[in-house]
Design a protein around this ligand. Structure first.
Ligand SMILES: [Fe+2]
Length: 426
């Protein structure tokens, strides 16, 4: 007799152990908690013929950076899915497209799949969040698209901790900060261990300028979070940003070395590159010097994991690392790169980083200014793209355009209007 998952979707397995471990694995992925791979391995050990168990394993392995393992698991899921339900076949197909590099086709299939199966949360999840297939679509309206997506799904879920947290996240990224915070608190009350909940509560606090409260909240919350959890490094980055803003520089370095930079973080390469690059540069903008050894180490890491253009958000940050490390050859490869959903923006930003490294402020401003209107296309959160906002303000200040710098913050990022963490702003 088939079972249902926690969302009422039929599962083609007759093993109750497989069903239970599957539900557990899905919850690990939805909550970004450590243990998904083990849960799905136990699922397929209990029922080796259960296609969705293998698909779950593929997704959980992706979150541990094991792409070869993910591909072999999704290949097995595809072989097994022929005799399952139409939902399960299509569910496997979305992950299969994703893992074969067909992000656009995967996104289109998820969007149509959830019209028929809105409570297939594990599949719907692929398009949520700022690093999802809508977040990394390169579309200029992708924040509104994400909000529209979770708005459509929300009525199908009731008081579900995952769905509430995902909709709260969408609200946060279009500036509905108060509504986001209220909804996120509801989601966290239902499941306090949901790292997607604590993560975007931190974002809402960042957008509300609640620096002390945010740092205190995350510090307490992180005590119960496994350092192998996929968001551990990124949550450390949020704490380090706040420590920097509060002038707690030793604490910032401790967070960087223990959980953000290569060697300390156990997170995904994209988080290690983007978060390390961003905290280093934001530290420099705030007047804290970063050693050439640190820039060299993150440039080497970026070159290893992102050797060619393709992932535009990572490319934009890798270019910063290469510029600051003086790695011209690596930087030029990204300047000329044509691959990636926002490849046309990577080149100008890479030129800007090169000019900044050479202290050619006017040239840097000339390169960066056209990008400012559309940098949402890079993906990532508003807090992450503050790297560009604060760099832009710094260039205006370097050129003596103090009034323009203040107007830029007032108009573009009002949270920094009174106090921007950039030397010379106040
Ligand atoms: Fe974040």
């Amino acid at each position: 007799m088939p079972f249902d998952d926690r969302y009422g979707n039929t599962l083609s397995t007759s093993s109750d152990a497989a069903r239970d471990r599957y539900v557990e694995g899905v919850d690990h992925v939805l909550a970004a908690t450590y243990g998904g791979v083990q849960s799905f391995e136990a699922t397929v050990a209990a029922d080796p013929g259960f296609a969705l168990g293998h698909a779950g394993l593929a997704r959980a392995r992706m979150y541990e950076g094991d792409m070869a393992g993910a591909k072999s698991a999704i290949a097995r899921a595809s072989e097994l899915s022929a005799d399952t339900t139409s939902r399960e076949r299509q569910h496997v197909e979305t992950l299969s497209l994703l893992l074969s590099g067909q992000a656009g086709a995967a996104r289109d299939l998820v969007l149509s799949h959830v019209q028929d199966f809105p409570r297939d949360a594990f599949c719907a999840q692929i398009c949520t969040n700022v690093f999802g297939l809508i977040g990394f679509s390169g579309h200029v309206a992708r924040e509104a698209e994400l909000l529209a997506y979770t708005t459509r799904l929300l009525p199908h879920y009731g008081e579900d901790w995952w769905m509430l947290s995902m909709h709260a996240l969408s609200l946060c990224e279009v500036g509905e900060v108060a509504a986001s915070l209220e909804l996120m608190d509801r989601a966290l009350a239902l499941n306090p261990e949901n790292a997607n909940g604590s993560h975007f509560k931190a974002h809402a606090q960042y957008e509300a300028g609640e620096t002390d409260a945010g740092l205190g909240f995350l510090e307490t919350w992180m005590e119960g979070y496994d350092s192998r959890g996929v968001l551990h490094g990124h949550l450390s980055w949020h704490m380090a940003l706040w420590a920097l803003e509060l002038g707690q520089i030793d604490r910032m370095w401790a967070l960087i070395d223990a959980g953000i930079a290569p060697g300390g973080s156990q997170g995904l390469p994209i988080n290690i590159v983007t978060d390390t690059a961003a905290i280093y540069h934001r530290a420099e903008l705030a007047g804290v010097s970063v050693s050439s050894e640190r820039w060299q180490a993150i440039s080497d890491f970026a070159a290893k994991f992102f050797p060619a253009s393709g992932q535009s958000f990572a490319d934009m940050h890798s270019a910063l690392c290469h510029a600051m490390a003086g790695e011209s050859e690596r930087l030029e490869k990204l300047m000329e790169g044509t691959k990636g959903y926002a490849a046309d923006l990577v080149g100008p930003v890479a030129h800007a980083w090169k000019a900044i490294a050479a202290q050619q402020w006017a040239e840097a401003l000339r390169r960066l200014t056209p990008v400012m209107a559309d940098h949402v296309r890079f993906g990532g959160s508003r807090a992450q793209r503050d790297l560009l906002e604060l760099t832009y303000v710094n260039l205006l200040l370097r050129l003596g355009l103090r009034d323009e710098a203040r107007r830029a913050m007032q108009g573009r990022r009002p949270i920094f209007a009174d106090h921007a963490p950039v030397v010379g702003y106040d």
